[in-house]
Design a protein around this ligand. Structure first.
Ligand code: HEC
Length: 129
């Protein structure tokens, strides 16, 4: 967190001296640094990411951009990080889902256990911005 604040202060100073061009840089620098620096040491993040890496999720989902399914960051922005939402979304990963983000359905994942599905959701919801 400290690192992030320092970085922000530095880019802020640079932006204050420069013109419009440095402002864009400031935005991408903070965007790139913020989630990664804070999250990578969180055990929920690491476990969830490992499970997602082992499954087929990333053929349809990316963290920041919509692919076939919604970007994980958009999912995180839509749902509050509560037990009820974790259970709801874990159920959709297992049973499949449709109609929330568009007409393209998500395939069901019956071989994913409920615990693993919940762990995946915990990772996704940490990506909130
Ligand atoms: C075949 C492509 C595909 C695969 C594979 C896939 N998804 Fe999805 N996913 C989608 C689509 C499409 C949606 C949007 C469904 C909708 O509109 O309700 C979605 C939605 C979601 C949502 C949000 C559900 C909601 O109701 O808001 C979560 C969370 C999610 N996927 C997680 C995962 C995880 C974790 C995996 C891996 C186990 C996975 N997805 C694999 C296509 C896929």
């Amino acid at each position: 967190m400290k690192k992030y604040i320092v970085l922000f202060a530095l880019t802020g100073m640079v932006a204050a001296c420069g013109g419009g061009a440095t402002k864009t840089e400031e935005k991408t620098a903070t965007e790139a640094a913020a989630p990664v620096a804070d999250l990578s040491s969180n055990p929920d993040y690491q476990k969830g990411l490992a499970l997602i890496g082992k499954s087929d999720c990333l053929t349809c989902h990316k963290v920041r951009e919509k692919l076939i399914g919604p970007a994980y960051q958009d999912v995180a922005n839509k749902y509050e990080n509560t037990d009820a939402n974790i259970t709801l979304l874990a159920g959709k990963i297992i049973a499949g889902g449709k109609g929330v983000w568009g007409e393209v359905p998500m395939t069901p994942h019956p071989t994913v256990s409920e615990d693993d599905a919940k762990q995946m959701v915990k990772y996704i919801l940490l990506l909130k911005k």
